[in-house]
Design a protein around this ligand. Structure first.
Ligand code: FAD
Length: 340
């Protein structure tokens, strides 16, 4: 039988907002277990833009995705969160004194309250329909995320896509890669004007090969080792670009996954909450961050941080029904020193 982990608050999602909820719950004396389907902390920040700077985190004029997550992890550490990573929460049910969650790896968590901080739900890349793709994905010669730029040093990179991610990574990887080719089915890219200007300069200098208007047609290699990417025009002209790695950036497919089955009031694939405290339609379950919606919602990390604070205050009476919560500033209360 699987171990049962008992806690005050179960937080589904270890993105920036879920991590900050650990701190907010901790400041009110509540313990948290955090569960994430990904094998690392950080949600979109780590998975999608670890090295890109974010400019609208209060107090940080610029901080990159991974840097922000590192700081949030340090901020949460004094409250000793228990992380269950690389496993999706598949079941959420009520029981006498709260909730029982089960994960895809069989872990069971019992909690007095639940915070759903699941971002866009289960997210995964839109994959190109190419024969034999799985073998290349397994060998990591086709990848949908760039975690560390250094991993691409001296490699022949083919990037596919026409949006910000494709353009920004072409601009970034050109500094380390042996070659960068950018494949797009239209001659024009959709990205920030400054990025487009830089791309144009690099293309004119021969540093980036703009393969337009072409689309992906096939992968050439053996046993997952990639030698080349075949591309074709709409009228069927083909060519092969030598490649060690293909990075398709065709956006994300987002589905709520199991969350859609938990009886929470939904609004266009988001969880409808009360703005004042992030309460969902099910008492004891709260939703914060990108997954939560209410009129006027701004999908920003800083909105999610405020929602985490409001949810933690709303949960306090559920965990401590006999205690009156006196509002205190962090400067008055201080934080435990365990992680210092
Ligand atoms: P997420 O970061 O999406 O994390 C949710 C986590 O929940 C994921 O790790 C997921 O695996 C997990 N999860 C989902 N379902 C389950 C389940 N059933 N079981 C277990 N785990 C589950 N925002 C800004 O404020 N400023 C910016 O400059 C900015 N720039 C951005 C640039 C890019 C390229 C992108 C893609 C986004 C940007 N954002 C920016 C948006 C920002 O990243 C999101 O608002 C933020 O990540 C939302 O945080 P979150 O914790 O709510 O969700």
């Amino acid at each position: 039988m699987s171990e049962v982990i008992t806690t005050d608050v179960a937080i589904i999602g270890a993105g920036p907002v879920g991590l900050f909820a650990v701190f907010e719950a901790g400041m009110l004396g509540m313990k948290a277990v955090v569960i994430d389907a990904l094998d690392a902390l950080g949600g979109q920040c780590t998975a999608l833009y670890p090295e890109k700077p974010i400019y609208d985190i209060p107090g940080h004029p610029a901080i990159d995705g991974q840097g922000l997550i590192g700081q949030l992890e340090i901020q949460a550490a004094p409250f000793a969160p228990y992380y269950l990573l690389d496993q999706q929460v598949t079941h959420l049910g009520t029981q006498e004194a709260g909730f029982r969650l089960r994960t895809s790896k069989g872990a069971v968590v019992e909690a007095r309250a639940v915070i759903v901080a699941a971002g866009c739900g289960a997210f995964g890349p839109n994959r190109p329909p190419l024969d034999g793709l799985e073998a290349y994905e397994e060998a990591k010669t086709v990848q949908y995320l760039v975690r560390r730029r250094e991993d691409y040093r001296d490699k022949k990179i083919v990037i596919a896509g026409g949006g910000d991610s494709a353009v920004d990574w072409a601009l970034s990887l050109v500094e380390v890669a042996e070659s960068v080719s950018l494949v797009h089915r239209r001659p024009k890219f959709r990205a920030a004007p400054e990025s487009l200007r830089k791309l144009d300069d690099l293309a004119k200098a021969g540093a980036v090969d703009l393969v337009v208007p072409y689309q992906l047609d096939g992968l050439e290699g053996d046993g997952g080792i990639l030698n080349g990417v075949r591309v074709a025009t709409l009228d069927g002209q083909k060519r092969v670009i030598p490649a060690d790695v293909l990075l398709p950036f065709y956006g994300l497919a987002m589905t709520l996954g199991p969350i859609a089955d938990w009886g929470l009031g939904l609004d266009h694939n988001h969880i409808a909450v009360e703005q004042r405290n992030s309460a969902t339609s099910v008492p004891g379950i709260f939703a914060i961050g990108d997954i939560a919606t209410y009129p006027g919602k701004l999908k920003l990390i800083l909105s999610g941080f405020a929602e985490a604070a409001a949810a933690a205050h709303a949960i306090h009476p559920l965990v401590f029904p006999d205690k009156v919560l006196h509002f205190e500033y962090s400067t008055t209360r201080g934080v435990p020193t365990a992680a210092q």
